[in-house]
Ligand binder design. Structure first.
Ligand code: UGA
Length: 428
């Protein structure tokens, strides 16, 4: 495989993973970020993201001279073969993705890109952006390719090096194939298409996952009312290959930096294109309902009023395996509980004591979070919560009640320890 010179703009978890993994695949990579402190730390192989193997690959890339970090825009772009855009595209005021970081990078680089260079859009961008960027560049000698990422937080390196698919889309097929060739060695099926389709694959996938989860969360509610067990229901569903086994675990709602943002953005795109998408709107509304439903279950568990009641919160991140609190359903539930007067003490293996995410006072052990609580609520599926000594936990609380929003805990052990266990999607 021929080594290429790649510039990656943005050193967030997507940009940094892209840069470190391309260096691993043998390419020569410069990764640029606007934050000087971040660049200084990364240049010393100090990685603050909670991503398995990422620090190791950054260290390897730096040591072997295939990876370097710069502030702003690389001073020399004259020999770059590919410019990857991996900057954030947060939700804008209207719900649409805010593309100002993308536009900013292009404005600062467009005149300095060498002829024949390929601009690759890794950031999640609304359908039509690749075409827009092509126009904005006003550089007929530079082509633009959409190459969305499918990196789960907490599995980003694994997902990059062993992807389930690589999607490249461009109006210039030769450039799409050049981008695909960068991934030689990762051995994944490729989808080569036009730029609009490639852009849509990303939203279509994340929104499908969100709809699947909203569906299963409502099924869990239905199970509670019907006296059925969601585990058995989903076990029966998972065996149908057309449905698939993954993404059928109920929870307090889906969150993180991607699903909430991408569902809103696709809805906004559909509105603009005059396409009614009630299914997607319902998935978002169901997710809002889910957070309220969880808060309601906790209220009911403590006897109907949360005013002045102490609640022990286990899990604050949006899912296990990450330290990311952005759009965390756990925090959304906490906000609702606090709004009704609850006092919240929380524990999360990835959130340090003394941090105060939203209304939660963070402590350094699950036992301290449980102390004097009238109920414990499990919001993130960290395996260590299942392995706790629940008899010891029972000795901490004021009332032995636990609301398990992830169906994570070993029911028999928890009940044997004297707790009333309020599970999700199961008869009480
Ligand atoms: C998601 C996608 O899964 C990735 O493929 C995509 O690349 C990424 O967004 C992105 O757009 O960059 P991520 O945000 O890391 O990845 O989170 P997921 O693992 O998808 O989880 C999303 C939410 O669904 C979490 O709140 C999680 O707890 C919840 N979830 C997931 C469930 O409640 N039940 C499940 O069975 C699975």
């Amino acid at each position: 495989m021929a080594a290429r010179r790649i510039a990656v703009m943005g050193a967030g978890y997507v940009g940094l993973t892209t840069a470190a993994c391309f260096a691993r695949l043998g390419h020569q990579v410069t990764c640029a970020d606007v934050d000087p402190q971040r660049v200084a730390a990364l240049s010393k192989a100090e990685v603050d993201q909670h991503e398995p193997r990422l620090a190791e690959l950054v260290e390897e890339g730096l040591r072997e001279g295939r990876l370097r970090f710069v502030v702003g825009v690389p001073a020399n772009l004259s020999d770059v073969d590919f410019l990857f855009l991996a900057v954030p595209t947060p939700t804008g005021e209207s719900g649409a993705a805010d593309l100002s970081a993308v536009v900013d990078v292009l404005t600062r680089t467009r005149e300095r890109l060498p002829a024949g260079c390929v601009v690759v859009i890794k950031s999640t961008v609304p359908v039509g952006t690749t075409m827009r960027v092509t126009k904005l560049l006003e550089r007929p000698d530079v082509t633009v390719v959409a190459n969305p990422e499918f990196l789960r937080e907490g599995h980003a390196v694994e997902d990059f090096l062993h992807p389930q698919r690589i999607v490249v889309g461009s109006e210039d097929e030769a450039s799409a194939l050049r981008v695909l060739a960068l991934y030689a060695g990762t051995d994944a099926p490729a989808v080569i298409t036009d730029s609009a389709s490639a852009e849509l694959v990303k939203y279509a996938s994340n929104c499908f996952l969100a709809m699947k989860l909203s569906y299963v969360n409502t099924l869990a509610e239905l199970c509670e009312q019907a006296g059925a067990d969601i585990d058995d229901v989903t076990e029966g569903m998972r065996l149908d290959e057309r449905i698939g086994a993954a993404f059928l675990d109920p929870g307090p709602g889906w969150g993180g930096s991607c699903l909430p943002k991408d569902t809103k953005a696709l809805l906004s795109t559909s509105d603009k294109l005059d396409v009614d998408f009630p299914l997607l709107r319902a998935a978002i509304d169901t997710n809002t309902h889910q957070v309220r439903r969880v808060a309601g279950k906790v209220r009911e568990a403590v006897g109907g009023s949360l005013s002045g009641v102490r609640i022990g919160v286990l899990g604050l991140t949006f899912k296990a395996g990450t330290d990311d609190l952005r759009d965390s359903p756990a925090l959304a539930v906490a906000q609702l509980l606090a709004a009704e007067g609850a006092e919240l003490t929380g524990y999360d293996p990835c959130v340090p004591e003394g941090a105060s995410p939203g209304p939660v006072r963070v402590v350094d052990t699950p036992q301290r979070a449980a102390r004097d609580a009238s109920a414990i609520v499990v919001l993130t599926e960290w395996p260590e919560f299942a392995a706790l000594d629940w008899t010891q936990m029972a000795g901490q609380v004021r009332h032995p009640v636990v609301v398990d929003c992830r169906d994570l805990l070993p029911a028999e052990k928890v009940k044997a320890a004297g707790f009333r266990l309020i599970a999700t999607g199961k008869p009480d």
